[in-house]
Design a protein. Structure first.
Length: 482
């Protein structure tokens, strides 16, 4: 997936000539060099070389992202375009009405560093101060008399961080706000879900929509170019029905119908990008993709924690006549439980790497703007250990971006037991073959294609020539010339 500053490549290249001075020693165009960091060479040490410069996808923005609050060197090393996780907490900045205590040197350093690296930061804003709470919880709804106060606060946030050197373009309003008001405040998620009036069938969604209607215009007045992300929906179960594959009961279905309330209130155009969270859970002996789709039953009827939620969101938006870009703002594979922080077995780490490869390929194929892996260093889905050493999933991600970041996605073929994703890069066609059947370790076979070049595993290791049949039990890349 590519969003580019592009030139058209046809039977010949239409290019503009940009005359550059190139450093003879390292042949790096100064158009891309940081002259302040590198200094200038003496004139005698340089030579003038004039050539056409072709900008291919620069700066490149792909679907690949991660939840990261530090370690931007590792984000860059993995070839990622997005970082989500850092927050502005309203209750800390404006604990006293009208008095701002930003205390944000660390945040500003992070944002400036990310901007220099062309990493797009999604900045989350949440948690109401005591004086603005409807209830005695920061995670919960803002009282109606203070909705405009929150809108004014968002204006200050946007004015502060959307300008150089921070250049934040993506602001997310709350996170997992559809969770019930009864959840502990310490979880750090939102909790707007409630019967906001007797018989409320949308569990507070209409009220959250009212907040967006107050906030969105003021954000756009402050900076029309920024993008407003609706807080990521948790969507604990499919509210379109109840029973196996959906919410367990009718009452549960009503509790998780929050998003439709946002749309019913008329707030479908009070955000720019739709976001949701969806996780897999490790099941010993089961294929990672199968586990995400079927092991937990709450979304099994419509394709699982990712495809099922995506289907629901697109259906609801279509019903209300709107269409928005979508991000999977938290993806991952948990071991045992979402809060597990202990040691994990190697079998889980390898399965996690397989699932990571699938979730990026799948969401790219489904047209999502970004997918954010949760996380770089938190809980069991983490990509780095405590000493910043890469886990297998990090290496799989780094391999994936090195192979596919510049490629064009073309199509997918869902077969019994596996999916083939097809990409084009120059004169190459790349197949990504991923097992999807229930039992982990099951081998699947496919004929070696004409013009075969090589077979590469998810860690970038080239495999022996497979002969006439490619057999695989884990994801593999197949390269052929077109």
């Amino acid at each position: 997936m590519k969003k580019t500053l592009s030139i058209l490549l046809g039977s010949f290249l239409l290019v503009s000539l940009l005359f550059l001075r190139i450093r003879a020693q390292n042949f790096i165009p100064q158009a891309f060099a940081n002259s302040e960091a590198s200094g200038e060479l003496e004139e005698s040490q340089t030579q003038n070389l004039y050539l056409p410069l072709v900008f291919r996808n620069y700066p490149l923005v792909t679907v690949f992202g991660v939840d990261a609050r530090s370690n931007l060197d590792k984000v860059s090393e993995a070839g990622l375009s997005w970082a989500r996780g850092v927050s502005v907490l309203w209750d800390q900045v404006e604990a006293t009405r009208g008095v701002y205590n930003w205390n944000d040197d660390g945040l500003k350093n992070f944002l400036a560093n990310a901007s220099q690296r062309n990493i797009q930061v999604i900045l989350i804003v949440q948690r109401a101060p005591t004086w603005a709470r409807k209830y005695d919880k920061a995670c919960g709804p803002i009282k109606s008399s203070e909705l405009d106060s929150f809108a004014n606060f968002m204006v200050e946030v946007v004015k502060r961080y959307s300008v150089p050197p921070y250049n934040v373009r993506y602001f997310q309003v709350w996170n997992e706000q559809d969770a019930p008001t009864g959840v502990p405040d310490s979880l750090g998620i939102g909790c707007w879900g409630e019967q906001s009036y007797p018989g409320d069938p949308y569990f507070g969604g209409e009220y959250f929509g009212e907040m967006l209607l107050r906030v969105y215009p003021k954000i756009k007045q402050a900076n029309p170019s920024v993008q407003v992300l609706i807080g990521s929906l948790l969507l604990d179960c499919d509210p379109r029905s109840w029973g196996d594959g959906y919410c367990a009961t009718r009452d549960k279905a009503n509790e998780w119908n929050f998003f439709e309330g946002v749309l019913k209130r008329g707030a479908g155009n009070a955000f720019d990008i739709m976001t949701f969270n969806g996780y897999a859970y490790y099941a010993e002996g089961k294929n990672a993709v199968w586990a995400e789709k079927y092991a937990r039953r709450e979304w099994a009827a419509k394709g699982g924690q990712v495809d099922g939620k995506l289907d629901y969101l697109r259906e609801k938006m279509s019903n209300y006549g709107i269409s928005k870009p979508i991000m999977l703002s938290e993806a991952g594979m948990f071991y045992q439980s979402s809060g597990y922080i202990g040691d994990t077995p190697e079998a889980y780490e390898q399965t996690k790497a397989d699932y990571l490869t699938y979730v990026y390929a799948n969401t790219w194929a489904q047209g999502l703007q970004a997918t954010i892996w949760y996380s770089l260093k938190h809980l069991s889905p983490k990509l780095l250990d405590a000493n910043n050493n890469p886990k297998p999933a990090y290496n799989a991600l780094k391999t994936m971006t090195s192979i596919l970041a510049q490629a064009d996605y073309k199509s997918r073929e869902d077969q019994a037991g596996y999916t083939k994703f097809i990409y084009h890069l120059g004169n190459q066609e790349i197949w990504l073959l991923i097992p999807t059947g229930e039992v982990a370790g099951t081998s699947y076979n496919i004929s070696k294609p004409d013009n075969f070049v090589k077979l590469v595993d998810i860690y970038g290791n080239e495999q022996p020539d497979p002969g006439s049949i490619i057999s695989f039990s884990r994801p593999v890349y197949v390269f052929r010339t077109r």
